[in-house]
Design a protein around this ligand. Structure first.
Ligand code: RFL
Ligand code: PHB
Length: 390
């Protein structure tokens, strides 16, 4: 088989890139190691920047997002029993974010690809990208016990943190930057109305908590937990008790609880590889970088990578120039590092670190106090939260 671009990974970055290529008439094939049902069962991000929404619109997949998504003009930081609202709209001169689940976005992208007759090869085993350092890149895999090979012009490694693309790069050609945080997030989904009409990021002596949502009747809540914790250790009752204790009383008292239908623990890490291009293979999204979810940046960075890569691929095929492809890695990384910095700083500001000590604790309190009293500090937070320009 031959195509122009093989996309490894059918997550949001692979599907979005595939749709933008298809819309431009550029043949592409997506290969994923799991099946559609599995992909649609993953619960992840919930906050989309305007740039991400714009890219989804450009792909022609934004109809349901605009109908069902919840535009948010601000969010609350709570600490010391009080609320401090970050007024995103006011502080950024009219920008907001959209709350819409990654699972729903992925469903919209898959349905659109199916309608267009785009190829996705699910349940592919042993996916290996090769030949990308020369002129004959190709991807091999096994499907139903038969080895297959797809030759192409370019490979897009959209296969997430545990994917095959990054692993195929020779060790000496890639540099890794990593920070592991000493805690995780325990998250639940429950069909109860959100405790607040906007997100609440809570700093509390018992640990961080986040109140988010998927709709007016579905809440997504998180509490900072120990890396040794297992989901089985957290009954729904224990979760609700802990969440309530980490919120100011006026929120805790009105919180509606109910049975959860999803519960999982995610470790927190910051991770970046440089460069993001290796000959004719490009790394995109989580394959190249991971951020802790505190700044809601993971999915949005995957989208900005796609933005830079599609620009390069369109220029290659339509204008016979490789200037934008050559600039891909540097342009993407420049935005990635700013989001890595922001996610790290929000994580540092809001969580309890086991080894912080009194000095670290005082610095955190001073930082929160500064945020509440300085429009400049709040503006910097808002500007990063809504997403820096592409
Ligand atoms: P994805 O979504 O991980 O998709 C990668 C796809 O590649 C496939 N794959 C392979 N295919 C072929 N061969 C292989 N060897 C393969 N290995 C993997 C996978 O099956 C999958 O279909 O990466 P992508 O597209 O770059 O998208 C990135 C986002 O998914 C990610 O940044 C965010 O979800 C991160 N993230 C969160 N971000 C937020 O902004 N807010 C959140 O609340 C949030 N929660 C999360 C998260 C990521 C999590 N992970 C990765 C465990 C919670 C979790 C649990
Ligand atoms: C979510 O809704 O899952 C969510 C929202 C904001 C974050 C992280 C996760 O910062």
């Amino acid at each position: 088989m031959r195509t122009k671009v093989v996309i490894i990974g059918s997550g949001p970055s692979g599907l979005l890139l595939g749709q933008l290529l298809t819309n431009a008439g550029i043949d592409n094939v997506i290969v994923d190691r799991v099946g559609k049902e599995h992909i649609l069962s993953r619960v992840r991000a919930g906050v989309l920047e305007e740039g991400t929404v714009g890219l989804v619109d450009r792909a022609g997949v934004g109809e349901r997002l605009h109908r069902e998504g919840l535009p948010h003009d601000g969010f609350s930081l709570t600490f010391d029993g009080r609320d401090h609202r970050i007024d995103l709209f006011d502080l950024t001169g009219g920008k907001r974010v959209m709350v819409y689940g990654q699972t729903e976005l992925t469903r919209d992208l898959i349905e659109r690809r199916e309608r267009d007759g785009g190829v996705v090869i699910y349940d592919a085993v042993n996916v290996v990208p090769s030949g990308f350092d020369g002129d004959h890149p190709h991807v091999t895999f096994e499907k139903d016990g038969v080895t297959q090979r797809i030759d192409c012009d370019f490979i897009a490694g959209c296969d997430g943190f545990h994917g095959a693309s990054r692993k195929a790069v020779p060790e000496g050609a890639i540099k890794t930057f990593e920070k592991i945080y000493p805690f995780g997030w325990l998250g639940i989904l429950a069909d109860v109305p959100p405790v607040n009409h906007e997100l609440i990021y809570a700093n509390h002596p018992r640990g961080f908590a986040l109140c988010s949502m998927r709709s007016e009747t579905r809440s997504r809540y998180y509490v900072q937990c120990s890396l040794d914790d297992k989901v089985e250790m957290w009954s729904d009752d224990r979760f609700w008790d802990e969440l309530r204790r980490r919120l100011p009383a006026h929120h805790a008292e009105v919180m509606v609880t109910g049975p959860s239908f999803e519960k999982s623990i995610a470790p927190l890490r910051s991770f970046v590889v440089e460069p993001m291009r290796f000959g004719r293979m490009f790394l995109v999204g989580d394959a190249a970088h991971i951020v802790p979810p505190t700044g809601a940046k993971g999915l949005n960075l995957a989208a900005s990578d796609v933005y830079y890569l599609i620009e390069g691929l369109l220029e290659h095929y339509q204008e016979k120039s490789d200037a934008a492809l050559d600039a891909y890695s540097a342009r993407a990384l420049s935005r990635v590092w700013k989001a890595v910095r922001f996610s790290w700083s929000m994580t540092t500001l809001l969580h309890r670190f086991p080894d912080t000590g009194d000095f670290g604790q005082k610095i955190q309190e001073a930082e929160l106090d500064y945020l509440t009293h300085s429009r400049a500090a709040s503006t910097a937070m808002a500007e990063n939260y809504v997403g820096l320009p592409y």
